[in-house]
Design a protein around this ligand. Sequence first.
Ligand SMILES: [Zn+2]
Length: 301
Amino acid sequence: MTATDAGAPARGVDRPSRWELRTCGRKGHQTYAPHESELAQRLSGQTGAGQVWRCLRCGDFVLGAPHGAGPADQAPLVLRGKALRSAIILRVLAAERLVRTVLLALAVYGVLRFRASRGSIQAALDRDLPALRAAGIHLDQLALVHELQHALTTQPSRLSLVAALLAGYAAIEAVEAVGLWLLARWGEYFAAVATAVFLPLEVRELAKGVTLTRAGAFTINVAAVLYLLLAKHLFGLRGGRAAYDSERRGEQLLEVERSALGSAPQHPGGGRAPAGSTDDRAAATTTTLPDPTPHSTRSLP
Ligand SMILES: [Zn+2]
């Protein structure tokens, strides 16, 4: 697949997906008046009630003054289409990582209480935090916790080492959660590598016996690694960074409209990052523009 192929979808420009509508419903529409007059004309219209501007996310015409104005290059990068769906998946994964972080933090607590308990990490936690037992959360079934508990049982003197390792694992999960939530490129790489590294351990645990927790964690992790590698074009897969950037840019309403105008300007200096907050936004620059797509003939409300 070439970068241009990847960037040509322009799906959802005329008919917003339910994700775009839901996001607009939650966050409000996002309109922008580009300084380029031809482009501004394509994005705006006049109705009896006043001026309308197209939402950069869902493409609907919105009554009222635009939320921002400036050169088209500086328009905010709005998640839409495939990029929006992908963002939702990454944030669900981030939430799952956050839950793991909390569980691992509990495990650290369990280890530190282990000496007094003389049982298992789970027993230490069950005694101190009965709510955990009531909720049916079995920390011992997390592969690493199980491994470390085994080490602890054989050599209780290694208490602080085990606690430190668990805390390190919790920190890794926390970094994954933050990186994925921010939709940052580094976060995608970090999550893919950090998740893959622990897979052999999980396979070993599964070999000892399949439980719902083990099988669930393993399935989520394998799916996450595959998704990150393929959908995010990590390590040069499926066209690599160029295809990734192209996908992100290709669905921007302003880009689609500009392509339709046939006046797509060059990006001076190899591309400047548009105003935005995440690493991804900065990523959406140095790529080819998507193929021109026909302009929407949506009628004004
Ligand atoms: Zn909208």
